[in-house]
Design a protein around this ligand. Structure first.
Ligand SMILES: [Zn+2]
Length: 428
């Protein structure tokens, strides 16, 4: 009923219905049930009702039966009333707090076991809509040096009016707060948090942090957008990384306006991969480069996310796009063969044909320079910043358009280039 074309509308309705019926939206019992498998606290809460129920049932049934025997008619009366009445839309229970409908709260996630010098609280922004709807989670800075996402999440969540919102938005602008403070991509133990989801409470520090975050926050989400940037002197055209073999993920990608989509299976341990494996449709949103705040890219990403909120019918804030959404089902890295000073000759998003010069590498001592040419036709989705490079360095990522059918028939990919997609550390 809105957005880009009939395809979007066609898929949206069943998705939204499904979310409304199945999610934590179904009032109080749901959050407890959702978090129970992974979260540390809910265990005592979830267990008693289940064990108490079977014991109570046989006791009440015989007691009522004898007194009510003569009348056969009371049976139909109770049946119609409970089924059409949905559970009331109530406060969201999260992180030991309750966020009432129509309100915005700034909560804090602490692991409870402490790490780094202090157990630094991680801000969690929760907008609980005044009426029922899906739960969308936005996370950023899982890699602490990726700044664009911090501003993107802040801007999207602070732009929400919870009294006009349907559903819930949970925003975590700086997941890896210790990395952020040290301007580092990693956790204090030098591990990449985005390789340890959904985590393990008895594993490494990264595993424990991942487990706590996944169980207490991500388990509440019904859709997830995890915002990243290119890594280590690489920049990405704003784009979604999504496993287009997952129908619910495909559906989600249709609601980002004209933001480019690149099909990629998630590497093991990524937040995106773990969420999808847990039944939560998720995409990674790549925006620009680390250690920088890029105004145009941030604005584009915010617009994409606001389009998603409208597309999920969570908000009425419509954003207009003047172009179609490019979708790439395949991509390839182009590497340099000789070391030297790399200068790029193409812009992100630029279309290239085979033989087009992507950049040059000049040996600073011998003055010899070589051209890096495009081996295939496509668009530049990622590129290295100008820098000194070694032979074999992956300098450009070219998106290749293929058909949707080819993707559907594609066998599960080995963890090759696509699997390394989320942080742009190309494989060896
Ligand atoms: Zn990242």
């Amino acid at each position: 009923m809105l957005l880009q074309g009939p395809a979007a509308a066609r898929g949206l309705v069943p998705l939204v219905l499904l979310l409304a019926l199945s999610g934590p939206a179904a009032a109080q019992p749901a959050p407890a049930a959702t978090t129970a498998p992974s979260g540390p606290t809910p265990t005592p809460v979830a267990a008693p009702p289940d064990t108490a129920a079977p014991a109570a049932a046989p006791l009440t049934a015989p007691a009522v039966a004898p007194t009510a025997t003569p009348a056969a008619s009371p049976a139909p009366a109770p049946t119609p009333s409970p089924s059409p009445t949905p559970e009331p839309w109530a406060a969201l229970q999260i992180l030991d707090s309750a966020v009432p409908p129509g309100e915005m709260r700034r909560l804090a996630w602490r692991t409870g076991f402490g790490y780094g010098l202090v157990d630094e609280p991680v801000p969690v922004l929760v907008a609980r809509g005044s009426s029922r709807g899906p739960t969308l989670c936005l996370t950023a800075a899982v890699h602490g040096d990726e700044l664009n996402g911090i501003e993107i999440v802040r801007r999207v969540v602070s732009g929400i009016d919870p009294t006009a919102l349907k559903g819930t938005v949970i925003g975590v602008p700086i997941v890896n707060v210790h990395g952020f403070q040290r301007r580092s991509r990693y956790l204090p133990d030098r591990r990449d948090l985005n390789r340890y989801f959904p985590g393990d409470p008895e594993g490494s520090l990264a595993s424990r942090v991942a487990h706590d975050f996944f169980g207490r926050i991500i388990a509440q989400c019904e859709q997830l957008v995890d915002v990243h940037t290119g890594s280590f002197y690489r920049s990405n055209l704003p784009q979604l990384r999504a496993d287009l073999r997952e129908p619910a993920v495909v559906e989600m990608t249709k609601h980002f306006g004209a933001i480019t989509v690149l099909h990629s299976s998630a590497a093991d341990g990524t937040l995106r991969g773990a969420a999808v494996a847990a039944g939560i449709p998720a995409v990674t949103m790549e925006v620009g480069e680390p250690n920088r705040l890029q105004a145009d890219d941030v604005a584009l990403a915010v617009k994409g996310l606001e389009t998603l909120l409208a597309g999920m019918e969570m908000s009425g804030k419509r954003r207009l796009w003047d172009r179609a959404q490019p979708v790439f089902y395949e991509s390839r890295w182009v590497r340099v063969d000789r070391g030297g000073i790399l200068f790029s000759a193409v812009e992100l998003g630029q279309s290239v044909r085979p033989g087009d010069v992507l950049g040059t590498v000049t040996d600073p001592l011998s003055n010899v320079y070589t051209e890096i040419t495009a081996p295939i036709a496509g668009r530049v989705l990622g590129r290295a910043l100008n820098q000194f490079v070694m032979p074999g360095f992956a300098a450009f990522r070219i998106g290749i358009e293929t058909t949707e059918t080819e993707v559907a028939e594609e066998p599960p990919q080995p963890s090759d280039e696509a699997a390394a997609a989320d942080d742009d550390q190309p494989p060896n």
